[in-house]
Design a protein around this ligand. Structure first.
Ligand code: ADP
Length: 664
């Protein structure tokens, strides 16, 4: 039972005066709305009850907005001060009504919010749908089903609303049967707020049952901080005794159905995993359970509570630069203030969801105030530490879950060094990379594991970047490392090249790209490889002077230098970039995106022990020598993910070489 009751009966609810519309101006839905509506109706058919969660959540948002605005304008509340949501069922009429006395909407708001989908990434989202109902239902859940989920259970929906700041005469009635459009008409509405009436489909009439609705509210909306009220069932009168006059049935009263306690204010020990999970789904509007969460109360000079969740799946638009800032909600003394991602979390943790409730900020805090606010700064840096700690623990205790996390969000974390210099090493501890040690894609290693395996005398962490696992794993630059048994990290996320430019070291060991600059591996005691072969190679390197001179002359326009390689054991040649140069595959990407790239020339390193170089050394025909030298440079560029300016010339030279070799 609730402690808040309305004993005056059904008609006493001040906003119950809304009447269904008829006629009105006919409008058509935006194309995306139509598409989404039909998809949603089909995809959510197996879980129709969530419509109530969505409508209640909208009502709760509207009440939050009103309460927030009323802080600076108390006229808004007028004499209707008990903020609440009322859910009504009418079995005879087959309707469910959800009503709030929140902020409401005017005509323009209704057109903008209910007739269109303003969310960024809608198009991209619709394109990502697969046609498979199960998969699509999940995607729609992630996208946020919202108001339109009403049409999963209703074939007609009537929304009547009046904005809190407007006079009664400016009420609006919106009605639709989801068949391409809606009608809009004006109507005087006495009470502020919004009422949504669902005319249930034949096979959805069960939702007009009071008991059913109550149990759905308990399940999904128990933590909504505003009271959710329903009418009690009429209690039959006690049987009249002889001679007594028959008593009337007790009139129904409005009773509060939800607990309405802000979950995060309760002690941790009193909250079950199921409660945390349901709360997450409700508040963060996710279809799936969260992966992990951390709930903390901080007391002392500053007082706040944070409840932070990591989702299981990345939203489809995680890497979309125009993505809506979702993420952390800010409350002040339990009053919802705003959804605010950037200020409470750095961008590289933009996947973290949940809330922060501060006791120290003023209630009328604005986005501007948050800009350089000391309290926010403190909460933010503590929250970052908390998230990193939670992930560290996950990696340690539940490696499989951590792997799933890394698959979804690893690329996001790799943005950290550029954004959060102070925490870069702590974040890097969480990194996972492919490696020559496992030599299998997806069998990741951590930097700590790498360091533990370093060879005696090795003080650097070697890595290579490429645009795919295979390109990295097959790079000729790895040959000497494989030969000596020195591990190299194989990085093939787009963000790696950029991220690594900010992460110069980890645990005092500097990062070195094996594809750039001079390599000096002499100090490292590698595995004992075939000593004879190595000495032979080294001798050949010493004798390569004349060959190098000839090649340098031919390739002087396109290379910074030709030199004998200490990297190669199997391949004839490779290109090597300067230490500050951007990797070839990235240069290619930047060019495609229309950026001017400085044309720094790579060095060509040759392997004088390779049969092709031995042949080349003997070649007397200068034209043929030039062609073959060029061919070596071109194939080294290709192996590096570069692009040839003269692809046809490359093919022609290669064919000629085949013929020449065949001719002996
Ligand atoms: P979302 O709630 O995810 O934004 P919805 O489709 O549920 O998406 O709602 C779209 C918009 O319509 C909301 O953002 C809000 O501006 C407006 N709206 C919906 N329901 C209400 C309501 N009960 N009161 C006021 N505005 C509402």
């Amino acid at each position: 039972m609730s402690d808040e009751q309305d004993t005056t009966g059904q008609s006493a609810d001040p906003s119950a005066t809304h009447a269904p519309s008829s006629g009105g101006e006919r409008m058509t839905f935006q194309a995306e709305v139509n598409q989404l509506l039909q998809l949603m109706i089909h995809s959510l058919y197996s879980n129709p009850e969530i419509f109530l969660r969505e409508l209640i959540s909208n009502g709760s948002d509207a009440l939050d907005k009103l309460r927030f605005e009323a802080v600076s304008n108390d006229n808004l509340l007028a004499d209707d001060t008990e903020l609440r949501i009322v859910v009504e069922a009418d079995e005879a009429a087959g309707t469910v009504t959800v009503r709030d006395n929140g902020i409401g909407m005017n005509r323009d708001d209704v057109i903008a919010n209910i007739g269109t989908i303003a969310k960024s990434g809608t198009k991209q989202f619709l394109e990502s749908l697969t046609g498979d109902q199960k998969t699509d239902a999940k995607l729609i859940g992630q996208f946020g089903v919202g108001f339109y989920s009403a049409f999963v259970v209703a074939d007609r929906v009537t929304l009547t609303t009046r904005k809190a700041s407007d006079p009664a005469a400016s009420g609006v009635v919106w009605e639709s049967d989801a068949e391409g459009g809606y009608t809009l008409s004006e109507q005087s509405v006495d009470a502020r707020g919004t009422e949504v009436v669902l005319h249930l489909k034949e096979d959805m009439k069960e939702f007009a049952g009071t008991w059913r609705l109550k149990s759905i509210i308990k399940k999904y909306s128990d933590h909504i901080t505003f009271p959710i009220m329903m009418w009690s069932e009429p209690t039959p009168p006690p049987p009249a005794e002889d001679g007594e006059e028959e008593q009337a049935a007790e009139a129904p009263v409005l009773e509060q159905v939800n607990a309405a306690s802000a979950l995060w204010t309760r002690p941790k020990s009193s909250i079950s995993d199921e409660e945390y999970t349901e709360f997450y789904k409700q508040v963060c509007q996710d279809y799936e359970d969260p992966l992990v969460w951390a709930h903390n109360r901080v007391e002392g000079t500053q007082e706040y509570t944070s409840l932070l969740y990591v989702p299981k799946k990345a939203p489809f638009d995680l890497f979309d630069a125009n993505r809506d800032a979702r993420g952390i909600k800010l409350f002040v003394q339990r009053v919802f203030i705003m959804d605010e991602a950037e200020k409470l979390m750095p961008r590289y943790l933009r996947f973290v969801r949940g809330l922060v409730d501060s006791n120290d900020l003023p209630l009328n805090v604005s986005r501007e105030i948050l800009q350089n606010n000391r309290i926010i700064e403190t909460i933010r840096s503590a929250s970052v530490k908390r998230v990193l700690g939670m992930l560290e623990k996950l990696a340690e205790k539940q490696p499989d879950d951590y792997k799933a996390f890394w698959t979804e969000f690893g690329a996001c974390l790799k943005e950290a060094p550029g954004e959060d210099f102070a925490n870069r090493e702590q974040v890097a501890k969480l990194y996972r990379f492919d490696s020559t040690h496992t030599d299998k894609e997806g069998e990741w290693v951590s930097l700590d594991e790498y360091i533990a395996r370093m060879k005696p005398g090795q003080d650097k962490i070697f890595y290579i970047t490429a645009d795919s696992y295979r390109a990295a794993a097959n790079s000729p630059h790895l040959e000497v490392f494989r030969d000596k048994g020195i591990e190299v990290l194989l990085m093939h996320d787009r963000v790696d090249e950029w991220g690594m430019s900010y992460l110069s070291e980890y645990e005092g060991k500097s990062f070195v790209s094996v594809a750039k600059g001079d390599l000096d591996l002499d100090a490292i005691e590698g595995d004992e490889s075939d000593k004879e072969a190595r000495e032979e190679r080294e001798a050949k390197v010493k004798e390569a002077g004349p060959l190098i001179e000839r090649m340098s002359e031919v390739l002087k326009e396109d290379t910074s230098e030709v030199r004998a390689s200490t990297r190669l054991t199997l391949s004839p040649a490779c290109v090597v970039l300067g230490e500050q140069d951007m990797a070839m595959h990235m240069q290619q990407l930047m060019k495609q995106a229309g950026h001017e790239m400085p044309s720094s020339k790579p060095a060509l390193e040759i392997n004088p022990s390779h049969p092709i170089l031995e042949l080349l050394d003997k070649e007397q025909d200068e034209d043929r020598f030039a062609d073959w030298s060029r061919l070596l440079l071109d194939q080294a560029l290709l192996a590096e993910g570069g692009q040839l300016e003269d692809g046809a010339g490359f093919v022609k030279r290669m064919n000629e070489m085949f013929v020449a070799l065949h001719a002996g």
